[in-house]
Design a binder for this molecule. Structure first.
Ligand code: FRU
Length: 492
C-alpha cells in the first residue's frame, strides 16, 4: 500500500534511518488518534498481550507491526502504568529475530513467577502463503524491564498430530503445583478447537489433548482462548472464526464468545451451560483478561477487525485497545464495567436534568474525548434515541426499541465509511423497565457503550469529521433524564 512497507516481514531492527520517525510524524496529528486509549504511535496494533500486574505496575503488551497499517511482522510493543489510566511507552519487548518465530511473535499471556514476568507467545513460521507452522515460546521480563528469550525456546516445537499449522495464542495459568496452557487450534478437518498442555515448571510442556466441549463444529478456527473463574463459575472466552450471523449475534467478520460452565482438567472437558457474544459492537476482538493485586478480573480487547481497511490507514496507523474493564458475574450475567480509575481523567463536569415528553433535547458539546453517564428514569415510552457525533452530515445512532426488547446502533451516517460489507447496524437484546443507565466513552474514533452496569456492551470505531460533536436525545413518550458529561484528559 505504501513504499514504506517494502517487506512486510522485517523487524524494527531493520528500519532505515529516520523511517520510524517519518511514520510517527505522518500519524502524529491525526485527529482520529485516541488520547486515553492505548494505540500505536505508528503502524498497526492488534491483540492485547501479556496483560499483568507485576512489581507494582500494570503492564500491557500488544501485537504491533511498526511499518504501516497492515498485518506484517508482529512484535510485542509494551506500555506500563501505575493506575491503568496513564500509560508510558516502553521499549519493544519482543522482536522476532529467531528462526522459530520467523514470521512474527504472535499473541499470548503472562504470569508472574519468582519475581519475573513470564511472557508466553507463539512463534509464527510461514513456508508459503498456505503452509505454516507454530512454535510456542517464552520470554522473561525482569524487574528492570529487560526481556530475554528463554534458552529453551521454542518451549513447544511445532503442532501436535491432527492439527494444521494454526495453533496459537497460549493462555497459561497455575493450578495447584501444575501449569496449564490452552491454545487455539484448527483441526485437520478445518474446524476450530482448544488444546491443552501441562507443565511442572512452565518451561517443559506435555501435550494432554483437546478440550472437549459441545461445540464440535463451530467455525474454522478458535483464536485467543482465555479461562477465568468468577463467582464460582468457570468461563471460557475465545474468538471463533467462521460463525454465521444469527439474529442479534455474530454480525462481524469474526466474533468473541464466552461460554459459562465447568472445566475439568483431568477429564479434559468443559461442560457448557450457555454461550453468549461478549461485546455487540462493530469492532471488538481477541480480548484477554488478568487478575490484579486487588483480585479484580480485568480485560482489554482489541478494537479492530482483521482483514478490514480502516480510514486511519491513510495516516499510517491502525486500531486501539478498549478501555480496561472489570469483569463480574452477577445473576448469571457476565458484566463489564469500565474501571473506576478512569474517573481520574475527568475535568469540566456538566450536569443536565430534565424531562422528555415526545420531544428532543440537544446537549451542548464541542469535545471529541469525553464521558457521558446517563440515567433515564420513569420511562413511559416505546423508544429512546440518542445521537452522538451529530452534525449536519453525520450521526451515530443508539436506538432503544423498548416494545421489542432490543437496542440498535447505527453508524451508516458518516462520510468516511468502512467495513460496509458487514452492514451498518448492530443490535442486542435488552429488557428496559422503568429505568435505564448508560455509560458512554468517546475518544475521537472509538465509542464504548456500557448499558445497565455493563450488562450489554457495544465497542465501535467511527471516523467522524472533527466538527461532528453534537449530542441529542429524544423519545416518543415520557421519561426523566439526568446526564453527567465530563471532558476526559490525555492518558497516553
Ligand atoms: C488474533 C490473531 C491471533 C494471533 C495474532 C497475530 O487477532 O490472529 O490469533 O496470535 O492475531 O497478530
Amino acid at each position: 500500500m505504501n513504499k514504506l512497507i517494502s517487506n512486510k516481514y522485517t523487524t524494527i531492527l531493520e528500519a532505515k534511518k529516520g523511517q520510524l520517525e517519518e511514520l510517527i510524524n505522518t500519524s502524529k496529528n491525526d485527529p482520529w488518534k485516541p488520547i486515553f486509549h492505548i494505540h500505536p504511535e505508528c503502524g498497526l496494533l492488534n491483540d492485547p498481550n501479556g496483560l499483568s500486574y507485576f512489581n507494582g505496575e500494570y503492564h500491557v503488551f500488544y501485537q504491533w507491526f511498526p511499518f504501516g497499517p497492515i498485518h506484517g511482522m508482529k512484535h510485542w510493543a509494551h506500555v506500563k502504568s501505575e493506575d491503568l489510566v496513564h500509560w508510558e511507552r516502553m521499549s519493544v519487548a519482543i522482536i522476532p529475530t529467531e528462526d522459530y518465530e520467523s514470521h512474527g511473535a504472535y499473541s499470548g499471556n503472562a504470569i508472574v513467577k519468582d519475581d519475573q514476568l513470564l511472557l508466553f507467545y507463539t512463534g509464527n513460521v510461514k513456508y508459503s502463503d498456505t503452509e505454516r507452522d507454530a512454535n510456542q515460546c517464552l520470554a522473561i521480563m525482569n524487574k528492570d524491564y529487560t526481556v530475554q528469550k528463554s534458552t529453551s525456546n521454542p518451549v513447544i516445537k511445532g503442532v501436535p498430530k491432527g492439527y494444521t499449522g494454526h495453533v496459537r495464542d497460549p493462555k497459561v495459568w497455575k493450578d495447584g503445583d501444575k501449569y496449564y496452557m490452552l491454545l487455539g487450534a484448527q483441526r485437520e478437518n478445518l474446524t476450530g478447537s482448544i488444546i491443552v498442555y501441562e507443565s511442572p515448571d512452565a518451561v517443559e510442556w506435555n501435550f494432554k489433548g483437546e478440550l472437549k466441549t459441545s461445540l464440535e463444529d463451530f467455525g474454522f478456527m478458535w483464536e485467543c482462548p482465555d479461562y477465568i473463574k468468577l463467582n464460582g463459575k468457570d468461563i471460557l472466552i475465545f474468538s471463533p472464526q467462521g460463525i454465521e450471523a444469527n439474529g442479534h449475534d455474530y454480525k462481524n467478520l469474526y466474533n468473541v464468545i464466552y461460554a459459562v460452565g465447568k472445566l475439568d482438567l483431568d477429564k479434559l472437558t468443559f461442560d457448557i451451560e450457555y454461550i453468549k457474544e461478549l461485546d455487540k459492537g462493530f469492532d471488538f476482538y481477541a480480548p484477554q483478561t488478568f487478575e490484579d493485586n486487588s483480585n479484580r478480573r480485568l480485560m482489554f480487547g482489541w478494537s479492530g477487525m482483521p482483514e478490514v481497511e480502516y480510514p486511519s490507514d491513510k495516516n499510517m496507523w491502525a486500531h486501539c485497545l478498549t478501555l480496561p474493564r472489570e469483569l463480574s458475574f452477577e445473576g448469571n450475567i457476565l458484566k463489564q464495567k469500565p474501571v473506576k480509575e478512569l474517573e481520574s481523567l475527568r475535568k469540566d463536569h456538566l450536569n443536565i436534568k430534565g424531562t422528555l415528553n415526545n420531544n428532543l433535547v440537544d446537549i451542548e458539546n464541542n469535545k471529541t474525548s469525553y464521558e457521558l453517564d446517563i440515567d433515564f428514569t420513569n420511562i413511559n415510552s416505546d423508544d429512546i434515541t440518542l445521537k452522538l457525533f451529530k452534525s449536519e452530515n453525520e450521526a451515530f445512532t443508539i436506538y432503544f426499541d423498548i416494545a421489542n426488547k432490543a437496542v440498535f446502533i447505527d453508524r451508516e451516517n458518516f462520510i468516511d465509511k468502512f467495513a460496509e460489507e458487514f452492514g451498518h447496524i448492530r443490535s442486542g437484546e435488552i429488557n428496559v423497565g422503568e429505568n435505564l443507565n448508560l455509560k458512554i466513552f468517546i475518544d475521537r474514533s472509538i465509542v464504548e457503550i456500557f448499558i445497565n452496569d455493563g450488562e450489554l456492551v457495544f465497542t465501535s470505531r467511527v471516523f467522524p469529521l472533527e466538527s461532528s460533536t453534537g449530542i441529542e436525545i429524544s423519545s416518543k413518550g415520557t421519561l426523566n433524564y439526568n446526564i453527567d458529561k465530563y471532558t476526559l484528559e490525555r492518558g497516553i
